[in-house]
Unconditional design. Structure first.
Length: 717
């Protein structure tokens, strides 16, 4: 089969597999449960002709949205009830004070600031705080007044909240390990896709991906994000997971090191014989991807957390490895290329043994978090107040973000109260949910929000034209709410695509001020106003520019990569079992710091007044750091006896010398003094070159990467 035909076959196969297993990526059970929870109050509102039950439907949706499904039942119950209490009190106070607009707007600012400040306590607490503050702000924008209406809205909000909590905690429970299994499947399926992409590009190694972007670590950041999601899921589950399930994160970290080392080997400038060797390795990688994918699929069904692969997959892989060795010896008898192939196949066999070999107890990165004894309620509240007071200062990033949210909510509520806008509370909703901690992210989310709203409003208009019965429109909320909750884990546009018609139909049933297509137009207009308001606030009020963070992030990444490289070199002389845990932790910290640079550079492209020089230097530094961690990953995956004492000593001396020079560069940059040049050539001539292929490759990558970093770090300041 020709390389082009082989690439086409692998690409179509990968797309088919991604479509077929896509259902495993979605939390379908939780989404269907949430859809039923949200649809029941809407159906009752249509049947009983009670529009206030639609407010209960909104309360139920927000309760489900904030429900930490991977936490314990007690924590979920307490969090859900507390959200309902604060939301009901917020609706009561907002509507009761609406006869005094100035007081309502001032209270909105204070409540939203407090809710935004809760983000400093973590993502879950921050989401509950933001949704509770949103309840107050939305109720303040409702065209209702008086204590009687305020009491009704508070009671119906609490009814929807209690209904959602009862369904989620008591009547319809989900598996405790379900979120962990899903996160593990997503990561290992992503690893299989990564290996398959390597196989596709290996069939034609002259492509720009494998020689250019691949050298910069293309695809590592999304895979690392999936692995971090797995770490977070295991941490939330605590001790409720089987030991083998908790071990998936350590297994994933080890597999990450192997495929990064393999990718870094392919990303260097390859000679003619090495390019031919890479082509011969393509079928091996394709079969390895099949093996990883089969193991990932087994995660979803195995009860003990030890999914098994069939012997046929392993036999096929071993057959491809033997065939590759025979073909290479016949077609490319070059000694240097032989070492290259031997190194690559060593990484492949290690990954195969890791995935399909016998299950053993591995050392996790961190021990599962111990559940501390519950503090007295009053002491916990006093500690919360002290923490919030310590954050409420102009130097806190959380306080500045909360202030932006507060100002935006006050302006949005004032617009909704003083202008004759239909469903003006949608301006409040949009402004609260699209204001992000930095300008670039606010601009991106605002654009996606408006685009998704246009698509969702079109869908809502179509449903309104097809279904005229209120009951049928209420029943349509079930798939829309379930789609919103399921698509939340896919991307933001898909989430808004389902969320918009969901809320339009709820609004039509609750406040029937027009046909669904009319409400769709108002939804688009109000969302656009809210998005423009959010962008203006992020640009004017305490703007957070990513370019100011680039130098600090690069310094942390350089320190992290240097520490990881040093530990990988020390491992060659230590017992791997003793050094494995700390080495994995150093690798993780270095990769997260490097991924942060990549995210900052992506956000800088959306900022006004672009910094072309900084972005160019940051991109070069990112590429060098990726090459450095790739070389360290190869060292980590190299067995201790694979390097001679001469090579190990030379690499140790090289790393110490380069790290000292680079850290001296960083300290001099901070102090503003000049530093001496890197003098790479002097090092190369200092002693004889490394003799083995892995050591020679690492030496070349380290000297090149440190030399480049030494040159471009000044451009980041």
């Amino acid at each position: 089969m020709s390389p082009i035909a082989f690439c086409s076959w692998l690409g179509s196969k990968a797309r088919g597999h991604a479509w077929w297993r896509g259902r495993y990526h979605l939390p379908l059970a939780e989404a269907v449960r949430g859809g039923v929870v949200c649809a029941v109050p809407a159906v009752l509102a249509a049947q009983l002709h009670n529009p206030l039950l639609c407010w209960s439907a909104i309360a139920a949706f927000w309760t489900v949205l904030a429900d930490p499904t991977d936490a314990g039942l007690r924590r979920r119950f307490v969090a859900g009830i507390m959200f309902g209490i604060f939301g009901a009190l917020g609706a009561l106070c907002a509507i009761a004070s609406s006869s005094i607009p100035f007081l309502t707007i001032a209270l909105t600012g204070a409540i939203v600031f407090l809710g935004g400040l809760l983000r400093s306590r973590g993502a879950d607490v921050g989401l509950h705080g933001l949704l509770a503050a949103t309840t107050f702000a939305v109720a303040a924008a409702f065209p209702v007044h008086g204590i009687h209406a305020a009491t009704n809205y508070a009671v119906y909000f609490m009814v929807g909240n209690l209904w959602a909590v009862a369904c989620g905690v008591a009547m319809w429970r989900t598996s405790k390990t379900g979120p962990v299994r899903r996160a593990a499947f997503i990561y290992f399926a992503g690893m299989a896709d990564f290996v398959n992409r390597l196989a596709i590009e290996a069939a034609e190694p002259r492509t720009s991906w494998i020689r250019g972007a691949n050298g910069a670590g293309h695809g590592r950041a999304p895979l690392r994000a999936k692995l971090e999601a797995l770490h977070a899921s295991i941490g939330h589950a605590g001790g409720s997971c089987p030991s083998a399930v908790s071990d998936w994160a350590a297994l994933g970290e080890r597999g990450m090191a192997l495929i990064v080392g393999l990718q870094s080997l392919f990303g260097r400038d390859l000679g003619q014989s090495e390019q031919e060797a890479v082509r011969l390795l393509s079928p091996v990688l394709a079969q390895l991807g099949n093996l990883v994918e089969e193991w990932a699929l087994g995660i979803r069904t195995d009860a003990n957390g030890t999914p098994q692969t069939t012997g046929r997959q392993r036999q096929d892989l071993n057959r491809e490895i033997r065939l590759c060795r025979r073909l290479f010896q016949r077609l490319v008898p070059d000694a240097a290329s032989h070492e290259f192939v031997t190194t690559c196949l060593s990484l492949v066999t290690q990954l195969e043994s890791l995935i399909a070999g016998p299950r053993i107890v591995r050392t996790s990165l961190r021990a599962p978090p111990q559940v501390a004894a519950a503090a007295p309620a009053m002491a916990a509240w006093r500690q919360l107040v002290r923490d919030l007071c310590s954050e409420a200062n102009p130097g806190s990033a959380f306080a500045r973000h909360a202030a932006r949210l507060s100002v935006g909510a006050m302006i949005a509520v004032a617009i909704a109260m003083h202008f004759p806008l239909r469903q003006g509370y949608w301006i409040v909703l949009t402004s609260l949910f699209v204001v992000q901690p930095n300008f670039a992210q606010t601009l991106k989310v605002s654009t996606l929000r408006v685009g998704g709203t246009i698509l969702g409003a079109t869908l809502a208009s179509a449903l309104g034209l097809v279904f005229h019965s209120p009951l049928l429109l209420a029943l349509a909320i079930l798939p829309l709410a379930a789609g919103s909750l399921a698509a939340k884990s896919v991307n933001y546009v898909s989430y808004i695509l389902f969320l918009t018609p969901h809320f339009i139909l709820v609004a039509h049933l609750g406040l029937p001020t027009g046909a669904p297509w009319e409400l769709a137009i108002w939804r688009i207009a109000n969302s656009a106003v809210g998005a423009l308001l959010a962008i203006a606030i992020a640009f004017i009020l305490w703007p957070h520019w990513e370019r100011d963070r680039l130098a600090r992030s690069a310094s942390r990444a350089v320190d992290g990569a240097a520490a990881y490289l040093s530990a990988a070199l020390r491992r060659l002389g230590d017992d791997a079992c003793q050094a494995g845990s700390s080495l994995a932790e150093l690798r993780r910290e270095a990769c997260l710091a490097i991924d942060e640079i990549e995210a900052i550079l992506a956000r800088m492209k959306l900022e006004p007044f672009p910094q072309s020089r900084r972005m160019a230097c940051g991109t070069i530094a990112l590429t060098s750091l990726r090459r450095l961690t790739g070389a360290a990953s190869l060292l980590e995956s190299t067995k201790g006896g694979a390097l001679t004492s001469h090579d190990a000593a030379r690499l140790n001396e090289l790393a110490e010398w380069a790290i000292v020079k680079l850290r001296d560069k960083l300290s001099r940059l901070k102090s503003g003094t000049r530093s001496s040049p890197f003098e790479r050539q002097r090092w190369v001539r200092k002693v004889g070159a490394c003799r083995s292929y892995p050591a020679g490759y690492v030496e070349q990558e380290v000297t090149s990467a440190f030399s480049t970093l030494h040159t471009v770090m000044r451009g980041l300041a």
